[in-house]
Design a protein around this ligand. Sequence first.
Ligand code: SAM
Length: 371
Amino acid sequence: MGSKSRNDFHAINGQRVSHVYREVHGGNEAGFPCRRKVMPVFLKGAEVEKPMQRSRHIPVLMEEAMQLLQCRPGGIYLDGTVGSGGHSLEILHRSAPGGRVIGLDLDPAALERARSVLPEDRVWLFHENFSNLDIALQRAGIEKLDGILMDLGVSMDQLTCRNRGFGFSVSAPLDMRYDPSGSITAYSIVNRYSVDELRRIFREYGEEPYAGKIARALERHRGRRPIETTTELAEIVMKAVPPAVRRRTRIHPATRVFQAIRIMVNDELHNLRVAIEKGVKLLPVGGRFCIISFHSLEDRMVKQAFRAYQHGCECPPRLPQCVCGKRPVLSVITKRPVVPGKEEIQRNPASRSARLRAAEKIAAHNETGRE
Ligand SMILES: C[S@@+](CC[C@H](N)C(=O)[O-])C[C@H]1O[C@@H](n2cnc3c(N)ncnc32)[C@H](O)[C@@H]1O
């Protein structure tokens, strides 16, 4: 990152962005060295690939997320997707003195990157699914949190890593697991799932209009030999869609199929639903929940879940009065999702589809009948 783009970054919205963030992620052509500190990372025995020297990932909607999270000195925050540590580092800066972060990630390589930039005395890192955030808190000995941030999806480090198979700009084995110890890979889905299952996955998780055509093309192809690489898969999808679509679309025709397979491999929607449920329960009154999503399925889930907690009562409208006893637990702060401005998209095109939603806990669960 050159000094010009750094300056641009620090001018975003006329807001100051922490010097700590700059110290770690910035760098002129000569490059600042990354701070390297050692702290325990609680791994579940997965292989850790050699970490990259410096992260390629630029955290999205940083200032906006921090303003919504409202970190306070001494607060304890959960970063459910610690990634390369960008958001966590800023949370630590804004919650100083004494603030702490519990950082989770499914990817041991991401945890290693986070470990190399975060100060060891204020961070617990866990190799854990955010759907198990309650377990991570127990292991850290924490009962209540002041705020939760989740920045969903795939990081630039994962997307550009040659052997992870998240993207199709280079040929890579079909993997797409955040957690390399996970049991389902993109290969097993593409080569073993029935045409009907593939069609459903592409339609449900990719909102792909040519789901059937693509599923049948995969079946024909794998009847001859297995589909091994990301570029092979992208090419088959490309050939399966009508020529007019191939020419017309702004995005590569395989983008939706890749998104669908990644969601399926990592059970992303289920994990998100569980994490929201558990997170809302664990937040104290006044605590904030901020979620950055990158596709409409996630964003819809976050919007609907936050709204349901804001609404409280789940009785059918035909009932004359409430019998479920559920009261509002959250107040939604972002009526519409917060999106990156032009400057951010220019500086970091990967941010263009980011959507940030935030809510504040307004009542304890046991007063609401939701327990
Ligand atoms: C967009 S990146 C987060 C980047 C981070 N905010 C930063 O500033 O560097 C998303 C991260 O979430 C992780 N992830 C995805 N699903 C997860 C889950 N269910 N539980 C824990 N981590 C998950 C991915 O491995 C990835 O490292």
